[in-house]
Design a protein around this ligand. Structure first.
Ligand code: ZN
Length: 388
């Protein structure tokens, strides 16, 4: 990269400082960055794009990183002393039985239309918090549910006033989660699949066959996008009983591009649905997919999420990982400015970031700080969001 080692502080010096930091304080920095965006009116000034129906949207997703074939932090006797290592036993009970370890984070991310995603809290799971004897899929679900029940109340306490919609996949389609959302005054759009809350599916199936629902509780549209013909169908059911004073609303959605097989989805919604709001509601529900893109970026686009930075020290490892999320947050904001988009040109974001880092290290600070833009008392960025 053209950066010489002598231009940077020694890794031991950096590690020595970082290992003194408190994990929660570093985590809080993500939220402080979010509050800074609020105070500088980023969301307010672009509310039409970023806040559909005036809502912020919060996604929760599990993120598996660092697969170890032997313990990475050990005490005398070789025992694994990393509290965040979740053991995975392969070929249990056979001569090939083998244990590996994985680290799991659950990320809480503000997801905006226009492609912007801002992580606001990261929860690392400890082996003592979950049943590590179950399959990967079940473990992933348990990690996410535990983290959501622990962290959502904290987030609501930090952000008591903003209108917030929780976007969840089908593992959140259960009564305790919907109850939690109601208690925390969180709106929700939660995907429901066949196996979860089956009684809801049955009730909607029965209603869908009645003349009343065929006539009044469905709508459709056809849209031409370039050469493609997109057909969408919406069907909704309000006030579906979940037991114990709990109700939900259900939106069924189907989309066919040209004559390919349809994409079907169903959301449980906190708000009543009608012909005028079913389209934006489905659009908002689909925002959740962007969170997976965040994890892909962290793994594959220059953030080196798989690298553990401080293998022998689990606490230091966590601090490094949080710095990665903070770096992502700042670069995500920057990458939506006109200045960044123009300066990047045809380069990839990763290459552009690398050349910025190279300049930051190689150009003397006295020269950078005397640049015209840094001489101004206030720097304003113009933001661009992809609304196509
Ligand atoms: Zn570990």
């Amino acid at each position: 990269m053209g950066i010489e080692a002598k231009s940077l502080p020694h890794k031991n010096t950096v590690d020595g400082y970082l290992s003194q930091l408190d994990f929660e304080q570093v985590n809080d920095f993500l939220l402080k960055l979010f509050e800074f965006c609020q105070e500088s009116k980023l969301f307010y000034n672009h509310a039409e794009t970023l806040l559909p129906n005036n809502f912020f949207h919060l996604g929760v997703d599990g993120f598996w990183v660092h697969h170890y074939v032997k313990p990475h932090a050990t005490e005398l006797g070789g025992w694994n002393n990393c509290p965040y290592c979740l053991p995975r036993v392969h070929n249990r009970g056979t001569p090939e039985e083998k244990t590996t370890w994985v680290h799991v984070f659950v990320t809480f991310v503000m997801i905006f239309p226009g492609g912007m995603k801002l992580p606001i809290y990261v929860h690392p799971l400890k082996a003592t918090q979950v049943n590590t004897g179950q399959s990967d899929d079940k473990l992933k679900q348990e990690c996410e549910l535990i983290a959501a029940h622990l962290v959502l109340p904290k987030i609501r306490k930090w952000l008591p006033k903003i209108p917030l919609t929780f976007l969840g996949d089908s593992l959140y389609a259960n009564r305790p989660m919907i109850k939690l959302c109601e208690e925390l005054r969180l709106d929700y759009l939660i995907v429901r699949k066949q196996e979860s809350l089956a009684s809801v599916g049955r009730e909607c199936d029965e209603l869908a066959c009645t003349q009343l629902y065929i006539k009044n509780y469905r709508t459709s549209e056809v849209e031409k996008i370039g050469r493609d013909t997109v057909q969408r169908q919406y069907q909704w059911f309000n006030k579906i009983f979940l037991g114990e004073d709990l109700y939900t609303n259900v939106l069924r959605f189907s989309e066919t591009v040209n004559s390919t097989s349809p994409y079907n989805n169903e959301w449980l919604c906190s708000r009543s649905i009608h012909a005028a709001n079913c389209r934006p509601m489905a659009k908002r529900g689909r925002l959740r997919w962007n969170q997976e893109d965040l994890h892909n970026t962290l793994k594959n686009r220059g953030f080196a999420a798989e690298h553990d930075y401080a293998r022998a020290n689990p606490h230091l490892w966590l601090i490094w990982k949080l710095l990665m999320f903070i770096a992502f947050f700042i670069f995500e904001l920057f990458s939506h400015t006109l200045a960044a988009i123009q300066a990047k040109g045809s380069r990839s974001w990763t290459r552009f970031a690398m050349s910025l880092l190279e300049q930051l290290v190689n150009i003397p600070w006295s020269l950078i700080s005397s640049s015209t833009s840094l001489q101004k008392s206030r720097i304003q960025f113009r933001y661009l969001f992809d609304t196509s």
